[in-house]
Design a protein around this ligand. Structure first.
Ligand code: HPA
Length: 275
């Protein structure tokens, strides 16, 4: 896929004129010996590998469905986070809320405050390809964006933020083992769920983009800059071209398949010595 600076929209212009002061370097403004501002976990309570998902109640559901001996380490702002074990491997599952700013905040605190070094997003996306079916699982190889936050964060926007190659390959092999089909390709992360610009997904730069979410681009940019492994797995919950949408019951079953896949990737990361 052709990578051009223009695909980052304002990234270069904004990146040159606004340099964050230490964003991504430390937790800022945390007092009283707390590890982080928005997460109440004590030191050591968050696993090195964390699955993140927008809906905190879905984090709870995944923890109850898949983890053993899990406990809730965070209730601040209702953004639930859990740690437990999956097939003997320690893993946390954290809600992030919707959108890039909220996701960036939690990912920052997880990776800087708690030293998480592998973050796998398990979310949903709207499909931008007719042949993508509801329930299909997508692994985002890289992410385009219209986000001003990502533009500010990326210092040198010469290439699209990408998934960690090892995690991507673990996802492919785990999908085969579980009998799940996995579509790989670029994703688009938008700041606006609702927009009056009906043509925004029809531009030529969007050719080949599998779907749209509201988080992945920032996760990948942070992974690259801050040196942690990042992958985004997404279940197709709606198709923007055909207008189809999953029901809540279908969505639960489909996102469970994706969560299982992500957890199998976690096992491979541990067994591959990646943590
Ligand atoms: N737009 C943005 N994010 C999404 C969508 C969508 O249509 N569906 C699921 N996440």
């Amino acid at each position: 896929m052709k990578e051009t600076l223009s695909r980052f929209l304002l990234a270069e212009a904004v990146g040159r004129s606004i340099r964050g002061r230490g964003l991504g370097v430390r937790i800022q403004g945390v007092k009283g010996g707390k590890v982080s501002l928005h997460l109440g976990a004590k030191p050591g309570e968050v696993a090195p590998t964390v699955l993140i998902t927008g809906d905190p109640l879905r984090a709870k559901h995944f923890a109850e469905t898949f983890l053993e001996n899990s406990f809730c380490y965070n209730q601040i702002r209702g953004m639930l986070g859990f740690t437990g074990t999956y097939r003997g491997k320690r893993v946390s599952i954290q809600g992030t809320g919707i959108g890039i700013p909220s996701t960036a905040l939690y990912v920052h605190e997880l990776t800087h405050g708690y030293r998480a070094n592998c973050i796998i997003r398990i979310g949903t996306c709207g499909a931008l390809q007719k042949d993508l079916q509801l329930g299909d699982i997508v692994a985002a190889t890289e992410a385009l964006t219209d986000s001003a936050a990502v533009a500010k964060f990326i210092r040198q926007p010469h290439s699209l933020p990408k998934a960690n190659a090892q995690l991507l390959s673990f996802a492919e092999s785990s999908a085969k083992e579980l009998g799940l089909s996995l579509k790989k390709g670029p994703l688009y992360s938008t700041d606006l769920f609702y927009s009056e610009d009906n043509s925004r997904y029809g531009q030529s730069s969007m050719q080949g983009v599998l779907g749209v979410d509201m988080e992945t681009s920032m996760l990948y940019a942070m992974g690259t800059r801050n040196n942690f492994k990042a992958l985004s797995l997404l279940t197709v919950s709606d198709n923007l071209l055909t207008g189809q949408e999953s029901t809540p019951v279908e969505r639960e079953k489909q996102t469970n398949d994706m969560a299982r896949l992500a957890l199998e990737v976690v096992v491979k990361v541990y067994e591959g010595g990646g943590l």
